[in-house]
Write a protein that binds this ligand. Structure first.
Ligand SMILES: Nc1ncnc2c1ncn2[C@@H]1O[C@H](COP(=O)(O)OP(=O)(O)OP(=O)(O)O)[C@@H](O)[C@H]1O
Ligand SMILES: [Mg+2]
Length: 230
């Protein structure tokens, strides 16, 4: 049994998956949904991003959870999870990663909760030696969103991600360009239109959020048609 929910991937690391996941969770919660978040592994805790909490802390704030509940596996170095596990002396285990995600899925389904899963990096990032983010996303099989940058370079990265996801049989509901500038240039407008046309996909935008407070996240999420995506 699958819960209502979304899998948020991105074109790359730093593409906006956490911000997108957080605004969705905050808006869902404000609309009365009981929400849960899952991040299979978080890395880079030794190198905080100025102004923004770590992924599992941001998702926990938005979902009303404890950070450790969101991400069972947490590492300091800013490296791919498969390397973070190896550096910690305990390589990540494929079966453990799948089991963690399946437990998050099953308990959300049982409790009637809505689940948002944030990927790690892009789709072909290895979580373990023998498990990519794409493999995990296929196993979970929730509708997918792709967080992408609005500017130069996004067409190629976004279309590659879209084709890879669809080729694996995943249902991509939309691309979300983030942070969408207040005054978009001709390039950004064109990217939005081009991605929609060449990718045959809905393309939405997420405006820049000044600070990661619950009110700002909720307001931003309320501008996205998340109900239609689930
Ligand atoms: N809508 C937005 N408003 C404000 N800042 C944004 C927005 N979208 C992205 N950013 C900026 O981009 C950074 C990276 O975004 P985010 O952490 O969501 O990426 P990610 O894809 O989750 O990265 P990771 O691979 O580390 O999980 C944020 O810390 C923030 O500075
Ligand atoms: Mg993130």
């Amino acid at each position: 049994m699958r819960p209502r929910g979304l899998f948020v991937t991105g074109t790359d690391t730093g593409a906006g998956k956490s911000v997108l996941s957080a605004v969705l969770l905050a808006a869902m919660r404000a609309a009365g949904e009981d929400v849960r978040a899952h991040k299979p592994a978080v890395t880079g805790l030794d190198e905080p991003i100025e102004g923004w909490p770590a992924d599992h802390e941001l998702l926990a704030l938005a979902a009303g959870m404890q950070p450790e509940e969101v991400a069972p596996l947490r590492y300091g170095p800013a490296v791919s999870p498969h390397l973070a596990g190896a550096l910690a002396g305990q390589p990540l285990d494929r079966e453990q990663l799948l089991a963690n995600a399946r437990i998050a899925l099953a308990s959300a389904a049982e409790a009637g909760q809505t689940l948002v899963v944030e990927g790690v990096g892009g789709l072909l990032v290895p979580l373990a030696e023998d498990l990519t983010v794409l493999d995990l996303a296929r196993d979970i099989d929730l509708p997918m969103l792709i967080a992408a940058r609005p500017g130069l370079g996004t067409i190629n990265h976004t279309l590659l991600t879209l084709h890879t996801a669809r080729g694996a049989g995943l249902d991509v509901r939309a691309v979300v360009l983030t942070p969408w500038p207040e005054h978009p240039s001709v390039l950004e407008h064109s990217n939005r239109e081009t991605l929609s046309r060449l990718g045959e996909v809905e393309v939405e935008v997420l405006a820049e959020i000044a600070a990661p407070g619950l009110n700002a996240l909720t307001a931003a999420g309320e501008r996205l048609p998340w109900k239609r995506w689930m």
